[in-house]
Write a protein that binds this ligand. Structure first.
Ligand SMILES: *[C@@H]1O[C@H](CO)[C@@H](O)[C@H](O)[C@H]1NC(C)=O
Ligand SMILES: *[C@@H]1O[C@H](CO)[C@@H](O)[C@H](O)[C@H]1NC(C)=O
Ligand SMILES: *[C@@H]1O[C@H](CO)[C@@H](O)[C@H](O)[C@H]1NC(C)=O
Ligand SMILES: *[C@@H]1O[C@H](CO)[C@@H](O)[C@H](O)[C@H]1NC(C)=O
Ligand SMILES: *[C@@H]1O[C@H](CO)[C@@H](O)[C@H](O)[C@H]1NC(C)=O
Ligand SMILES: *[C@@H]1O[C@H](CO)[C@@H](O)[C@H](O)[C@H]1NC(C)=O
Ligand SMILES: *[C@@H]1O[C@H](CO)[C@@H](O)[C@H](O)[C@H]1NC(C)=O
Ligand SMILES: [Fe+2]
Length: 597
């Protein structure tokens, strides 16, 4: 494979220079400037001027047709357009150092792999990473993700960490088994029949069959569905079977020959990674965007809630533009590297948003979403022994909720304060013209806390779980997670060599390069880290001192949580949070506090 292909892949972005963000945290402001303090409408000295300014926004920041898939409205009108333009320019500037790092590292890595003899066996994939990507992925891969990938527990636990949004527990009373597994095989793997696993609430399912209908690039993929189970012996969460749903529609289990089973897991990973990336697009970006659009058109720029939303969502209207510029456009990265086309990515985003629940607002509140899928507080079946996503995200969610509660209480000391805030009430009614899916229909103190908390959570913990640094460091690490197969899924078992199915040197470097473009290593420990979510000098200076104190408390709690995550090690079984890899995406000093890309 020629280096010119990968150069073409990597040089696709020509972007201006960037100053690295400072690693100093700004001091939290100490006093309230009463001349420009944020106000709720009841305390505004000139409501006429306030309402006129809102009216200008309503006339110039409009709902336009969706782009990058048919999901939520995209801003149009003069103010809508200028907002998109300036936020996109800001995103491009922020990404430039990473683009340079990826270009530099990819050339070096390609030369090193070719000099070492290329990739002719599975262990050669190590060459892609050994001593490479020092600028683009300076902290290296998640520990264990490369060395332990043949371990079934690594495969299954990825479903409870790297992409926790595709799995559900099967309900013994309402769910049927999507496919049958030979009972002797199920018994031999689990000690139980599939029916008794289902009846005991111990069976889990992931369904990526919709991918069979997506437009292919000419490279290959299966469209897998899979069962997982909780072992009645050990309590471990493990894989039971993977079905391909293409060609001969083979069903694989851990009892197959090692190569066959490994290929089955790889084929499943391809589908689940595709799901994770476009679920992230639909379920975090596109939801936050439309809720913000409705808020922006109904709340004054002086409103403290809009001020807080602004802090949480810089560059909100840049990401779809970025996707259309280089990722899902015709001839873009997805077309060049993935099994499905960029156009299929937009179709997937549309399906996930409208038909598969990603676009819903309240149903995807952190705990409700996990409960609805039987992952938390299930009324049937055993608890998950370890649930790393819940463990790490709940610490963040709890602290966000606490800050937001203080924020809301300080502006709305009584329940009736809500009724006098016509702007908040308008935000609720605006959900109808905005076509927000599943938005609350009335505004109470609790509703407001939940809305703001969910936006903050989507932009931070949810987004960083599925995107940013974790993509190159874990989710798309080769050879276990290719974005394309290079040979069709087998028509029979007994595969002797997996290399023909996997990307060669240029495509591998291309995959690592594209995924590393999503990393933001310079944001680690910076003022953009999750620990600093509410720490904006400008914003806090215009809010009461109690909110500044709550922001400091949040930072303190997140620094402690960062210590918890970063000091984790492997136990005597070689496990960390019950997984054979050390997941670190939700270390609050590593994760940015907002979408970032
Ligand atoms: C307070 O805000 C006003 C209006 O934005 C500004 O002109 C003034 O400089 C601010 N004062 C301080 C002490 O920051
Ligand atoms: C309120 O703002 C309007 C401009 O929208 C201005 O004409 C009016 O003088 C202001 N009233 C006061 C009391 O400042
Ligand atoms: C997008 O979806 C809406 C319904 O959700 C439909 O009315 C509209 O025609 C679709 N637009 C395009 C361009 O497909
Ligand atoms: C905003 O941008 C859209 C899409 O480029 C364009 O059709 C529209 O005319 C623009 N509106 C204004 C007011 O500039
Ligand atoms: C390229 O990578 C080398 C080695 O990692 C590093 O020393 C150099 O500073 C990098 N150059 C740029 C422009 O990033
Ligand atoms: C996983 O990888 C790490 C680092 O290579 C190692 O220390 C640990 O023992 C491994 N765990 C298992 C279960 O193999
Ligand atoms: C749900 O589960 C969490 C974590 O185990 C627990 O703290 C919480 O009390 C449970 N909620 C209910 C309603 O059972
Ligand atoms: Fe993103």
């Amino acid at each position: 494979m020629s280096l010119s292909i990968l150069t073409a892949v990597v040089l696709g972005l020509g972007l201006p220079a960037l100053a690295l963000p400072s690693t100093q945290y700004p001091n939290i402001a100490t006093r309230l400037n009463t001349t420009n303090a944020y106000t709720v409408p009841a305390h505004d000295k000139n409501l006429t001027a306030r309402n006129e300014a809102i009216q200008v926004k309503r006339e110039t920041f409009l709902y336009g047709p969706s782009i990058a898939g048919n999901t939520s409205f995209w801003p149009t009108g003069s103010l809508g357009n200028s907002t998109v333009q300036s936020q996109f320019a800001s995103l491009v500037a922020d990404g430039n150092s990473q683009v340079a790092a990826v270009k530099n590292d990819s050339a070096t890595a390609a030369q090193a792999v070719i000099a070492a003899g290329g990739i002719t066996k599975l262990s050669d994939f190590d060459r892609l990473y050994d001593g490479q990507w020092k600028n683009a992925i300076p902290d290296g891969l998640v520990s264990g993700i490369l060395s332990n990938y043949t371990d079934d527990l690594l495969f299954s636990m990825e479903r409870l960490s790297l992409n926790p949004y595709s799995i559900k527990r099967l309900n013994p009373t309402s769910d049927k088994l999507a496919f049958d597994i030979d009972e002797s095989i199920a018994l031999s793997i689990t000690g139980m029949t599939t029916q008794s696993l289902l009846a005991s609430g111990s069976l889990f399912y992931i369904d990526q069959r919709f991918q069979a209908d997506l437009e292919s690039t000419g490279r290959y993929a299966a469209a897998c569905d899979a069962f997982f189970y909780i072992s009645s012996d050990t309590g471990d969460f493990l894989p039971l079977a993977v079905r391909t749903n293409v060609g001969e529609n083979l069903i694989y289990t851990p009892l197959d020959l090692p190569n066959d089973w490994l290929l089955a897991k790889i084929m499943f990973n391809l589908n689940d990674f595709w799901h994770s990336q476009f679920y992230h697009f639909a379920g975090t970006h596109m939801v936050a965007e439309i809720v913000y659009e409705a808020a922006y058109r109904t709340l004054s720029d002086s409103h403290p809630v809009l001020a807080l939303l602004n802090r949480l969502t810089p560059q909100l209207f840049s990401y779809r533009q970025a996707a259309l510029a280089t990722l899902i456009n015709k001839g873009g990265y997805v077309d060049n590297l993935f099994a499905y086309t960029g156009a299929a990515a937009a179709v997937t985003t549309t399906i996930l948003y409208n038909e598969m629940g990603a676009g819903n607002f309240q149903a995807n509140y952190f705990l409700r979403n996990l409960e609805n899928r039987g992952l938390l507080n299930s009324s049937f079946g055993p608890e998950l022994k370890s649930f790393p996503f819940y463990e790490d995200a709940s610490a963040i969610h709890t602290s966000i909720t606490k800050f937001v509660s203080t924020f809301v209480d300080s502006y709305y000391p009584t329940t009736t304060s809500f009724e006098s805030d016509n702007e908040l009430q308008s935000w609720i009614s605006e959900a109808i013209p905005a076509q927000i899916l599943d938005f609350p229909t009335s505004m109470t103190r609790q509703t407001l806390i939940e809305i703001i908390t969910h936006i903050a959570f989507l932009g931070s913990a949810a987004h960083q779980t599925l995107n940013t640094n974790d993509v190159a460091e874990a989710m798309a690490v080769l050879p276990f997670h290719p974005v394309s197969l290079y040979a069709p899924p087998p028509t029979s078992k007994g595969v002797t060599d997996l290399i023909p199915f996997l990307p060669g040197v240029a495509a591998s470097i291309g995959q690592i390069s594209v995924t590393a473009l999503f990393s933001r290593p310079t944001f680690l420990h910076s003022e953009r880290s999750l620990t600093q979510m509410f720490n904006s000098v400008e914003m806090l200076a215009r809010m009461p001192p109690g909110i500044k104190e709550a922001a400091e408390t949040f930072t303190g709690e997140m620094m402690v949580q960062s210590g918890v995550v970063s000091s984790r090690g492997f136990d005597e079984r070689g496990l960390c949070q019950g997984m054979p890899f050390k997941w670190k995406a939700l270390d609050p000093q590593r994760a940015p506090y907002y979408f970032t890309i």
